[in-house]
Design a protein around this ligand. Structure first.
Ligand code: ADP
Ligand code: MG
Length: 253
């Protein structure tokens, strides 16, 4: 079967600075890919391109057979308009380092907002789904709490539930635990482990090598705007072939 995500030769510049210099990456259905690499390598930019939060300059990204930012008709590609882009983006859940929950809404309201407003679900159905999702992230008892009443780890779990409420076929995580106190990292990673077990396709930018080792099907190492090495964790983490991967791992271990 074709990959769920396939990026080929993706290039992206900001002004005169080329940040992505030909990124290639393929992610199979149900696969967890951990994207590792030093700060400034272009990891966040690449995730944003997958979600069409950035427009790429060259190359192509397919998600589920459809080129991001385009639609296919009569064998031709047509660039999407803003509204159509939003529709395409619905299929992709994204969780950032900062939780960006709506501060004046409860956990439950944060999770129901998208399904009600974007998918047009009726509120009762959305609430039932949201309660099930809050349960899945271990927060059914916090449904009526406001973000400020929750720890960072709890807020991040609400953010994951909120993304799942849109029934994405792909989840993107951009350093989801980097802003958390160390003792709260585990509870968020546990939720992600559960998602992986349930077969969710995920691209996870992370510095959590332990997570990558135990959960990733594939580790991709990115540096200076390109994926320079990819393979199973046992290969990339324990027996890296590229000098730059070796140097990076020597530093973080
Ligand atoms: P990483 O997530 O691997 O740390 P980023 O994708 O955030 O890397 O950034 C890669 C490079 O692109 C950095 O040099 C960063 O400063 C630059 N960059 C990212 N976003 C923008 C932007 N919107 N405008 C200008 N430069 C940007
Ligand atoms: Mg980043």
């Amino acid at each position: 079967m074709a990959a769920l995500v396939e990026a080929v030769g993706v290039r992206k510049s900001f002004g005169h600075t080329e940040v992505l210099k030909g990124v290639d990456l393929a992610v199979d259905r149900g696969e967890v890919v951990c994207l590792l690499g030093p700060s400034g390598a272009g990891k966040s930019t690449f995730l944003r391109c997958v979600n069409h939060l950035e427009t790429i300059d060259a190359g192509r990204i397919w998600v589920d057979g459809v080129p991001v930012g385009f639609r296919q008709a009569h064998g031709k590609l047509y660039e999407l308009r803003e509204r159509e882009v939003a529709r395409q983006r619905r299929d992709i859940g994204m969780v950032f380092q900062r939780f960006n929950l709506f501060p004046h809404r409860t956990a439950l309201e944060n999770v129901t907002e998208g399904p009600v407003r974007v998918l047009g679900l009726d509120r009762a159905a959305a609430r039932a789904d949201a309660m099930a999702l809050l349960d899945r992230v271990g927060l059914s008892d916090k449904a009526l709490s406001y973000p400020r009443q929750l720890s960072g780890g709890q807020q991040q779990r609400v953010a994951i539930a909120r993304a799942l409420a849109m029934e994405p076929k792909l989840m993107l995580f951009d350093e989801p635990t980097s802003a958390l106190d160390p003792e709260l990292v585990g509870e968020v990673l546990d939720v992600m482990v559960g998602l992986a077990r349930d077969g969710m396709t995920m691209i996870v930018v992370t510095h959590e090598i332990g997570f990558a080792r135990s959960v990733a099907d594939q580790v991709a190492f990115m540096v200076d705007g390109a994926v320079v090495e990819t393979g199973p964790p046992s290969q990339v983490l324990d027996n890296p072939q590229q000098p730059r991967t070796q140097q990076f791992l020597a530093k973080v271990y």
